[in-house]
Write a protein that binds this ligand. Structure first.
Ligand code: ATP
Length: 384
């Protein structure tokens, strides 16, 4: 007996589509029906990509054909999930914190590997942005070694408490034009604290949400090195606008930087990477400024950006004064007209330019626009 296609078609009117309240036929979700003897093959669309939904759809089709058309039919169901349905599901899975009122752009600074100069560059980025005229906040979330109090020379300061609209909030410490809170303020400098996941997340949330930041163009967050729970907690806590990744040109650091880029690109995180900064690109002795020694390898991070198609934000050499400036709490970018200060300033400008481009390409709800390119290179100047 040859089965009649139209009978099968009619039976599928008894199956509910995976989206909306129409049946499969009215929803236009049946793509093809083929009959080979007593075998029936149905190509059908599911707008729900989960295995469970696909299985349920298959079972419902089997039941409907058996009940309303041919009880003995051997049925094969091919479930097709359109690309748009996959993307929609991924977006719904994304964990996003509520917006921070008054804070326009939240930038996470990360590195796969420890000790590559992430905190040094975060401090210099923050001061550079403040010097450009932006309102800047800095959250030091490096639970393994919070170094911002030293880098801003505020080791002995503590955030005060302030009452705003009947609510007690932490008032960030201010130095070099940057408002700052550090996880280091939660424990004495000599006190060993093992920040466990929930504790760290709580402290991070307090620093971000229970503090009086006021209006900020940028909130920079110095993340701990690596790609672990704290990073996930962060994206749960706040809507991060973009991430900056710091790496040295060394292969082992690059492999970890690659993991960092992959982490921010995961469907459930989906934070745009504004770029990679290569730190400790080369060493030049002060007495031989034209000699460059590529101690950790040459251009590794630059090559990685080309491969991963993310912006390259610049190379920062290994310079003794960068370390010294960090140790005395005056980030190197504060030096007047030194080559290293210019280099660090350029990195900040590149980051802002990358951010402007990202904000142009993202829906405004996800990335709040910056309103000025103050201090950035006039060539690419634009107001968004
Ligand atoms: N470009 C540079 N030139 C000279 N010294 C640098 C440079 N960048 C960083 N350093 C020094 O390297 C050391 C490590 O830097 P930093 O603490 O910023 O790294 P990190 O990646 O934040 O480390 P971690 O997150 O593992 O604590 C510091 O002593 C810092 O002063």
């Amino acid at each position: 007996m040859k089965y009649d296609k139209s009978q099968i078609y009619s039976s599928l009117k008894h199956v509910q589509a995976t989206e909306g309240d129409q049946n499969l036929i009215d929803a236009g979700h049946v793509r093809n029906i083929q009959v080979f003897g007593d075998e029936v093959e149905v190509d059908v669309i599911s707008m729900n990509p989960t295995l469970q939904a696909k299985k349920k759809l298959e079972v419902n089709i089997l039941k409907a054909v058996h009940e309303h058309a041919y009880p003995k039919a051997k049925i094969k169901v091919n479930v097709i999930v359109p690309e748009e349905a996959k993307q929609k599901a991924a977006a719904q899975q994304q964990i996003r914190g509520e917006e921070l009122p008054g804070v326009k752009n939240i930038i996470a600074v990360a590195s796969g590997k420890g000790g590559v100069g992430k905190s040094t560059l975060t401090a210099n980025l923050a001061v550079s942005l403040a010097k450009m005229g932006f309102k800047v906040g800095l959250v030091d979330a490096d639970i393994y070694g919070p170094s911002m109090p030293i880098m801003f020379d505020v080791v002995n300061e503590r955030p005060s408490s302030i009452e705003v609209n009947g609510k007690k909030l932490m008032d960030p410490v201010e130095a070099h034009g940057v408002k700052m809170l550090s996880i280091g303020f939660f424990a004495g400098t000599d006190q060993a604290v093992v920040w466990r996941g929930p504790m760290a997340t709580k402290a991070l949330n307090q620093m971000i949400r229970d503090s009086h930041w006021g209006d900020l163009d940028f909130m920079l967050i110095d993340l701990p090195p690596g790609t672990g729970d704290i990073h996930l907690s962060l994206v749960q806590a706040v809507p991060v606008t973009g991430a900056v990744i710091v790496s040295t040109p060394q292969a082992i650091a690059l492999s970890d930087a690659r993991k960092g880029v992959a982490m921010f690109g995961m469907d459930s995180i989906n934070v745009p990477v504004l770029g990679i900064v290569e730190n400790m690109s080369y060493f030049s002795p002060e007495e031989l400024p034209d000699n460059k020694y590529y101690i950790f390898g040459k251009s590794g991070a630059k090559n990685l950006t080309e491969e991963l198609k993310v912006p390259f934000l610049g190379e920062v050499p290994l310079v003794q004064s960068v370390r010294e400036a960090g140790d005395v709490g005056r980030p190197a970018v504060m030096q007047e007209n030194t080559p290293i200060a210019e280099t660090l300033k350029k990195v900040a400008q590149n980051m802002v330019e990358s951010l402007v481009e990202r904000n142009e390409n993202l829906p405004p709800t996800e990335a709040v626009r910056i309103t000025t390119m103050a201090g950035c290179s006039p060539k690419k100047e634009k107001t968004v």
